[in-house]
Design a protein around this ligand. Structure first.
Ligand code: CO
Length: 285
């Protein structure tokens, strides 16, 4: 067994996207800060409606997949296929843009906390032009495993082996074989998760400090930072004195060239020019 160490820390930066939604971007803050197959991770968290109310009006995507996970709040998704998804606290949404999707993501509340994440996962070249797909996941469909120390692990995507049990998340079939866990640990609580040894993985902390790595090589990951792990079979984690809440993400690296232009992520410049032309000519979807 080889235990992963915390190799690189990427503090999130404050930015805005859509029609002016305030968010924190870690992975994807520049086009060189990526963890193949992950292109981007945004955290939005605010109690101030002005930070989120404008939402993400109609916009296109091509060439990748997204997972949106809502902790607090209520968002409505609508796309050109006629899908309408009501994303509520604890729920998730998996969208495969494939050759093209045009959608909107709009908050359905005018006050209170809005908090959640959007993850962008690249598609391999062979899958980039597949038809768009969409799946809504309600909070009740996400399995929660309670740890002996009182902590909790939610399996959102992929299948996790926890305490010799295979826990299957509702999102299965992301091309890059993504594992997405929401983990909560009490103060000083420990947890170890088996990972596919050659998959890339990172942790995004959103509450409390977290110690990452084996006992003889631990590093602190502060909140609102992404911690990129080395390869290995296992990751060992320990919450700080405040307890800790974080996402653990792993996926198969695609090892393909990436050319990104805003919401289009392809392998070559020519494919990006085609995507822009298709969108301008109404032929994206
Ligand atoms: Co979008």
């Amino acid at each position: 067994m080889s235990t992963r160490i915390l190799q690189q820390i990427i503090p999130s930066i404050s930015t805005s996207d859509g029609a002016g939604v305030r968010l924190r971007r870690s992975i994807g803050q520049t086009q060189t800060v990526r963890v193949d197959p992950f292109l981007m991770l945004d955290e939005f968290s605010s109690i101030n409606a002005d930070d989120y109310i404008a939402g993400f009006p109609s916009h296109p995507h091509r060439g990748f997949e997204t997972v949106t996970y809502i902790l607090d709040g209520h968002m409505l998704h609508e796309d050109h296929l006629g899908n309408k998804g009501d994303l509520k606290s604890g729920g998730a949404q998996w969208m495969t843009a494939g050759r093209g999707i045009i959608h909107s993501e709009m908050p359905q509340q005018v006050s209170g906390r809005m908090r959640g994440f959007q993850l962008w996962v690249n598609l391999p070249a062979k899958d980039k032009m597949q038809p768009a797909g969409y799946q809504d996941v309600q909070a009740e469909e996400i399995p929660v495993f309670t740890l002996s120390n009182g902590g909790e692990v939610k399996v959102i995507a992929g299948t996790a082996k926890i305490a010799e049990q295979m826990i299957k998340g509702p999102i299965q079939g992301i091309s890059a074989e993504v594992l997405m866990l929401d983990i909560r640990l009490p103060a000083g609580g420990e947890f170890a998760q088996a990972l596919t040894s050659d998959h890339n993985a990172f942790i995004y902390g959103f509450e409390g400090d977290l110690l990452v790595g084996p006992a003889d090589n631990q590093r602190v990951l502060a909140t609102q930072s992404a911690g990129v792990l080395s390869t290995g079979d296992l990751v060992e984690l320990k919450a700080g004195v405040q307890g800790s809440a974080f996402l653990l993400l792993a996926g198969r690296p695609l090892k393909e060239p990436i050319v990104q232009h805003g919401p289009f992520v392809m392998n070559t410049r020519a494919e990006i020019e085609q995507a822009i032309a298709d969108y301008n000519n109404g032929r994206l979807v």
